[in-house]
Design a protein around this ligand. Structure first.
Ligand code: SF4
Length: 184
């Protein structure tokens, strides 16, 4: 695990209790928020305009950058799941909920140690069977994590910058979340 920024020792001890593969802490100034990713959301993702966790509900890329820039640091972490066949999307995506639950545990830890945070996680939110967007407010704002890519962040590039592994072997699914913490 690489640490470019120190987190509190008590926090490190608590993190060791969770099934996290790798993590890194970076200054928010190291995170790139890229408009080109929004283009992919708009033109290639079926989740676009279907959820509070995706564009356009999350705001413009610039608004996302400003929101995150209210924090000093971000915590990037990964978990892994082994599947029989990684090309089987149903099986692969079926491992995602476990990562989301771990993300909720990590968020709770950061909130306990640092207060308010912004947490981004995998894909479009799937907490409700049908999202209320755009007709009514989100039913579970405390459980909903916007997708990392919805903020214009390329998680593979962030992982590389942090010295973390993006791929972890054949039939191993690697999931990432990012938590912005330490409000200025
Ligand atoms: S918690 Fe429900 S309403 Fe909120 S983003 Fe997720 S699916 Fe939509």
């Amino acid at each position: 695990m690489q640490e470019l920024v120190q987190i509190r020792p008590e926090m490190e001890t608590a993190l060791q209790e969770l099934p996290i593969l790798q993590y890194a802490v970076l200054p928010v100034s190291e995170v790139a928020f890229e408009q080109r990713i929004r283009f992919v959301c708009e033109h290639e993702c079926p989740q676009y305009n279907t959820s509070w966790s995706c564009p356009p509900a999350v705001g413009t890329v610039e608004e996302c950058r400003e929101r995150c820039s209210a924090y000093t640091n971000c915590f990037l972490f990964s978990t892994i799941s082994e599947v029989r066949d990684i090309t089987d999307m149903e099986e692969t995506l079926g491992t995602r909920m476990e990562h989301e639950e771990i993300t909720r545990e990590v968020v709770k830890l950061f909130q306990a140690f640092y207060g308010e945070v912004i947490a981004l996680s995998t894909e479009s939110c799937a907490v409700c069977s049908k999202c209320t967007w755009p007709d009514a407010p989100c039913r579970n704002p405390d459980r909903m994590f916007p997708c990392v890519e919805s903020y214009g962040i390329v998680v593979s590039e962030l992982a590389e910058k942090a010295g973390m592994d993006f791929m972890n072997g054949q039939n191993i699914v690697t999931w990432f979340s990012v938590i912005f913490f330490d409000r200025k």
